[in-house]
Ligand binder design. Structure first.
Ligand code: CU
Length: 202
């Protein structure tokens, strides 16, 4: 196989690289472990033993309220459901966690740990902005990792509407950017800008 670029997920195969999970280091508490069904390089199904685990864990405070008059406090902890697997790709272990909360929010966490990616460097060695020299002829190149997830939830069927709520300045003249609830008819409508005061791109 020829690797054109270091697309870890697409070229190495994230599913192929799933590693067996071990409790309690990888998954804590009351753990439900599962095998994953994957496919091999020829498209044939293969079983990856004990590579997916499901468990619950504390995730901070769900809500709290103190009555200022009576000084009574009522609070509740949040439990989140974790579905996780770990893929070992060369020098890294990637942990993927899908997190389901009691307030109906869903999050994805991706974590990497391991050792730095290294290259040999000839001559007198490297001194420059593109890598860190870690031994006389060995460098760890500077690079980034990007993770992109696309959610197609289909909760309760396909008649759902995706929307976002944003707080914008009031104005006497109507403008789309003053709308508090934005309905997304197309995926591109959901693009958001990181710049302040420009809540959504059209
Ligand atoms: Cu890397």
């Amino acid at each position: 196989m020829i690797y054109l670029q270091a697309f870890d997920v697409g070229e190495y195969g994230l599913g192929f690289s799933a590693s067996e999970l071990r409790s309690p280091e990888d998954c804590r508490g009351s753990v439900y472990s599962m095998d994953m069904v994957n496919h091999d390089m020829n498209g044939k199904p293969s079983i990856l033993k004990n590579t997916l685990c499901i468990f619950e864990e504390d995730s901070g405070m769900l809500w709290r309220k103190m009555d200022p008059i009576t000084q009574r406090v009522v609070s509740a902890r949040s439990q989140r459901l974790v579905i996780t697997f770990i893929a070992t790709l060369s020098n890294y272990d990637y942990q993927f966690k899908w997190l389901f909360y009691q307030d109906a929010s869903i999050k994805v966490e991706v974590g990497l740990s391991g050792i730095v990616s290294q290259n040999l460097f000839g001559g007198d060695g490297y001194q420059g902005p593109h890598a860190t020299k870690i031994l006389p002829n060995v460098v760890a190149q500077n690079h980034q990792h990007f993770f992109v997830a696309r959610l197609d939830t289909e909760i309760d069927g396909n008649k759902n509407t995706a929307s976002a709520v944003d707080v914008v300045a009031d104005s006497s003249t109507y403008h789309i950017h003053n709308t508090l609830i934005l309905i997304f008819l197309w995926e591109t409508n959901a693009c958001a800008s990181c710049l302040p005061f420009i809540p959504f791109l059209e």
